[in-house]
Design a binder for this molecule. Structure first.
Ligand SMILES: [Zn+2]
Ligand SMILES: [Zn+2]
Length: 415
């Protein structure tokens, strides 16, 4: 890597930094408004209106309820026609019962910081290119970006970047696993369990059979893959043959290719359990989280700006190689779906929380001054690498080449 090390001029970097600094109070107001009005997946009406109205009032073209989700929006800005397109994702959903314990209010304003500082540069220098802010709801358990991707989002963009807060470390990389959830519903036939059991088809037996077979499969999973699950319903009384049973399962693997392989061994279990018991089965696959295919050229450049111009010490921001070892696959993010459509990164910034995301400690830090400052700094770095995409042909080409290569390796490249 490190082929494309040309950075923006010191003057341009200063412009980006000061555009973000002068919007800091306003961005803090937006962040706290989202934080103090937590809305869970697909119910983020206030946050969607807040952010999209704010961009619209600055002259951005806004469409709401896009790509299959009521609380999604797409805002676009350009000064001149033509040129390349860069996108910043803004998340704003909270966790049930915990509020903004994943800090998505910070992701929203980090992306706004990137967007409006780039807006400033395009206006000042009369540059071509389009900036997009994509409002992406339902990251928590909803797989919102997967739904938006299926409905055509992020096509034709040259890059899409975003950020995420982290407990006490920063990294230019976010490597996550692929995961997929399935609800299995077995239907049998009720009968008196003592008087006429031969007339029944036992749905409880079917799901127990499936659960046992899954437990056997677990021994043969590759490193990094896993299956979790639970039985939600399996009958109501001991003297009735249960005619309905339901279970919820998640499969996880390091990449989409590995996840598809796992799915091909996992899925037939349910048919077999149905056949063994005479029950019918219905599988409902929802909320696919594709793994994040991080673009090293973008991530390397993010680190260059952070260390050379935005005041980060090298030891505060590990190299890509170090990050791969230290922070390998912490969880899942629906941002993965974007990275199978266009090049992208989701850099992580420390918010100095006492605990990991989805905890009270993380929530408390997500509305603090330190987190705000770091969200804006990450936004500045993302603005600069995105400006590189818009103005530096060699850099944009390098990013694209790497993306094409990665998609070919993943079996996902379409000419
Ligand atoms: Zn989360
Ligand atoms: Zn999150």
């Amino acid at each position: 890597m490190a082929k494309h090390v040309t950075l923006q001029s010191a003057d341009t970097i200063k412009e980006i930094v000061s555009a973000v600094s002068s919007a800091s109070d306003e961005l803090s107001r937006l962040s706290l408004e989202i934080f103090n009005n937590p809305e869970t997946r697909f119910e983020e009406f206030k946050a969607c209106a807040l952010l999209s109205n704010w961009l619209e009032s600055r002259g951005w073209k806004v469409r709401r309820g896009v790509y299959g989700l009521k609380t999604a929006f797409e805002a676009k800005f350009s000064v001149l026609d033509g040129g390349r397109t860069v996108c910043f994702n803004a998340e704003y959903d909270a966790l049930p019962g915990l509020g903004h314990a994943c800090g998505h209010n910070l992701i929203a304003i980090s992306s706004l910081a990137s967007a409006i500082s780039l807006e400033h540069v395009l206006r000042e220098h009369h540059l071509p290119g389009t900036i997009v802010v994509m409002g992406t709801p339902g990251e928590e358990s909803g797989g919102g970006k997967w739904i938006m991707a299926k409905n055509g989002a992020w096509k034709e963009f040259d890059a899409c970047v975003m950020t995420h807060g982290m407990r006490d470390f920063s990294t230019p990389l976010c490597l996550t696993k692929a995961s997929w959830k399935v609800t299995a519903r077995f239907k049998g036939l009720a009968a008196h369990a003592a008087t006429a059991p031969w007339k029944g088809l036992n749905a409880c037996d079917a799901i127990v059979h499936a659960y046992a077979a899954i437990s056997m499969l677990r021994q043969h999973l590759e490193k990094g893959s896993s299956i979790q699950g639970c039985i939600l319903e399996a009958g109501k009384a001991s003297n009735i043959i249960p005619d309905y049973a339901e279970g919820l399962f998640s499969i996880r693997a390091p990449t989409m290719q590995k996840l598809e392989e796992l799915k091909s061994r996992f899925e037939p279990i349910f048919g077999a359990a149905g056949a063994a018991t005479g029950c019918s089965v219905e599988l409902d696959w929802t909320a696919l989280y594709e793994d994040v295919v991080s673009n090293d050229t973008l991530a390397e450049q993010y680190r260059n700006y952070m260390i050379q111009h935005l005041g980060m010490e090298p030891e505060q921001l590990p190299t890509l190689e170090e990050s791969r070892v230290l922070y390998d696959q912490p969880g899942c993010s629906d941002f993965g779906s974007c990275t199978y459509i266009c090049p992208g990164i989701q850099a992580m910034f420390s918010i100095e929380a006492t605990d990991f995301p989805h905890s009270i400690g993380f929530r408390e830090a997500s509305c603090g001054k330190f987190a705000h400052k770091e969200a804006l700094r990450a936004g500045q770095a993302n603005a600069l690498i995105s400006l590189d995409i818009l103005t530096n042909d060699e850099f944009a080409e390098g990013v694209k080449e790497e993306f094409i290569e990665a998609m070919k390796n993943a079996g996902r490249w379409k000419e």
